[in-house]
Design a protein around this ligand. Structure first.
Ligand SMILES: C[S@@+](CC[C@H](N)C(=O)[O-])C[C@H]1O[C@@H](n2cnc3c(N)ncnc32)[C@H](O)[C@@H]1O
Length: 588
């Protein structure tokens, strides 16, 4: 799946619409849908602004909801700002400070709560203007800050702060006040003591300029919202404000037969599922198929002897799937429910087996796994079976490889190489030539689907790869030997995944792999170019080490923000021949 792309593999980075399988997004029916949705939109109250919580990283529909969730974990941001006497400016820094701790440094929620309550520590942390730089692009919390402060009566403090700033300049060497007021003054107005007088003046000026800009932006935003309200009221123009409705586009892509054709034609995928279902011993069992699509897995289960199969899918494909089930004479056993797994009520209380094909590009893109975990927690009876039961993610080094990049060098006889730079900046989905693999394979994530929790789907993991070493084979798959030539340059890292169906009848298991060395699947592999990789060739035994970070995107949690930091060392260990850091978006 992941399956909103052409089967020839393509980029899943910026610019591609994560739901583009149904390509006629401006068709008449789409427009009608958009108009029909307008009614719902009006009734829904405040506009959603999906916001990442400061502590947990979970995404909530509004900044207020995100702050409420943080409060439950012990961080009362607005209370803290009030206590420390911080206004808009300081509040921005506090938010960016906490995001730095959580997202960049992996500090735990408890530690963060303790850190921000330490007045002296926080004062030191907030010095300078560095923390005015947002950590999350378009952070809704920063956008909403002015209103949140006002709503909590903190605007007065902002006034004091601004007045205080004037006083601060007059009193330059004098009292900065004590306690929290001093902190507000120091963190927001006093430049770094180590800077030269000239640099300090420049900072103060920039400080003023930034405050003025902020003030202007707020005024403009206020004016804009007044104008929009006026237009809506007086002219009755029905323009639907842009909002992220990731589900509508996502499920629409699955209502087209083309995406199902791609998946069904993937024989590695479909035959592995069929084999696992046949080896499960389903006689008399109740099965839940999460995301039943064309109904293929539900029908495999019914044919394998299941007493009852319930398939759930929210996309429009359900209608055709029901017809298919009937045509194949399985309607007595297979019931298909149209709706979102998290929302539907099922005709059964508990099930013996849950089967689901939820995997996306790079395993996690598309983020369907949380829906399977929700179904597991609600419907799987104790001791029930999950198909699949485990997935691992692997990384391998790619050397001297052009892949689809090379195509830009000669497009109908024209050299379009300037476009290479943007291709290199995005994760590419393609069938990587196994001959380009120059390291062993490192399993950096192992999801036990019986126990994994939603929060673990945002994670950081280390990896270590050895140039020229053979990868350990996947159970049941062919050995993956690195094809190695001395002196090859490292060009990128390729990520693939293995899927395990364990605990089948008589202890049997089924495994399939999406590694480059295995038979290609519609997931292919995901290639992350390392544009700063060392120019020089590497030798056998050299080591590529690093960290991978996968975080669901704050605006569209079906996308992932991926960051890779890496370094290359010579085989004897100590000489670092290159290092770097790169960030990517896996998705639209
Ligand atoms: C990758 S397809 C698999 C289809 C089918 N099981 C197969 O193997 O060919 C995933 C399906 O899950 C559905 N889906 C994804 N998330 C869902 C959710 N939360 N609730 C209901 N259906 C969902 C999609 O509409 C899509 O049809």
């Amino acid at each position: 799946m992941g399956k909103d792309k052409d089967d020839d593999g393509s980029s899943v980075g910026g610019g591609s619409d994560g739901s583009s399988c149904s390509s006629d997004s401006s068709s008449g029916s789409d427009r009608m849908d958009a108009e029909n949705e307008w009614g719902d939109w009006e009734d829904e109250g405040p506009q959603e602004m999906p916001t990442q919580c400061l502590l947990s990283g979970a995404v909530k529909p509004t900044p207020e909801a995100a702050l409420a969730a943080d409060r439950e974990q012990g961080l009362d941001l607005l209370g803290l700002l009030g206590t420390h006497g911080l206004g808009l400016y300081g509040a921005m820094k506090v938010i960016n400070y906490i995001r730095t701790l959580v997202l960049k440094q992996g500090v735990s929620a408890e530690q963060v709560v303790a850190l921000v309550q330490d007045v002296d520590g926080l004062r030191t942390a907030l010095q300078g203007d560095v923390l005015l730089q947002p950590i999350l692009e378009d952070d809704p919390l920063l956008f909403a800050l002015g209103e949140l402060l006002e709503a909590h009566g903190l605007d007065l403090l902002l006034q004091q702060e601004e007045e205080g700033e004037g006083r601060g300049e007059e009193e330059e060497e004098g009292e900065n006040g004590t306690g929290t007021q001093a902190m507000a003054a120091e963190s927001e107005t006093v430049p770094d003591q180590h800077l030269s007088l000239q640099e300090q003046r420049k900072l103060v000026q920039e400080n003023h300029a930034l405050r003025e800009e902020l003030g202007e932006v707020r005024t403009r935003l206020k004016r804009l919202s007044e104008l929009m309200a006026a237009v809506d009221e007086d002219v009755k123009v029905r323009t639907k404000p842009e909002r992220q409705d990731n589900d509508t586009y996502y499920f629409k892509s699955y209502s087209h037969h083309g995406i199902h054709e791609t998946m069904l034609k993937d024989t590695v995928r479909t035959q592995s599922y069929r084999e696992a279902i046949q080896k499960t011993g389903l006689e008399g069992k109740v099965v839940l198929d999460v995301g039943s699509g064309s109904g293929v897995l539900s029908m495999f289960a019914a044919k394998a002897g299941a007493a009852q199969v319930v398939g759930v899918d929210r996309s429009g494909i359900v209608e055709q799937a029901r017809a298919i089930v009937k045509l194949n004479g399985l309607e007595e056993k297979v019931v298909l429910v149209q709706g979102k797994m998290e929302e539907v009520s099922l005709p059964v209380e508990k099930v013996d087996v849950i089967v689901s094909e939820w995997m996306g590009y790079c395993l996690l893109y598309e983020s369907m796994l949380p829906s399977v975990l929700a179904a597991r927690d609600k419907y799987l009876r104790p001791g029930g079976l999950l198909l699949p039961s485990r997935c691992t993610m692997l990384v391998q080094g790619v050397g001297d490889y052009e892949g689809k990049l090379g195509w830009w060098g000669n497009v109908y006889g024209l050299d379009m190489s300037p476009l290479r730079a943007s291709v290199l900046a995005e994760p590419g989905v393609e069938a990587v030539d196994p001959k380009a693999i120059m390291t062993d394979a490192f399993v950096f994530k192992d999801f036990d689907l019986y126990t994994v929790q939603d929060r673990e789907l945002d994670f950081e993991a280390e990896f270590s790869l050895t140039v020229g070493a053979a990868a350990a084979p996947t159970a049941g798959a062919a050995a993956a030997a690195a094809v190695w030539k001395e002196g090859r340059r490292l060009r990128g890292l390729v990520i693939s995944f293995d899927t395990f169906f364990e605990g089948l009848s008589g202890g049997q298991s089924v495994v399939f792999s999406t590694r480059p060395e295995e038979k290609d699947t519609h997931w292919h592999q995901t290639l992350f170019w390392l544009t700063e990789a060392p120019e020089g060739g590497l030798g056998e035994g050299d080591v590529v080490k690093g960290k991978l970070r996968f975080l669901r995107n704050a605006i569209n949690p079906r996308d992932y923000d991926v960051a890779i930091s890496w370094e290359v060392r010579r085989k004897r260990g100590e000489v670092v021949v290159g290092q770097g850091k790169q960030s990517y978006t896996l998705g639209s």
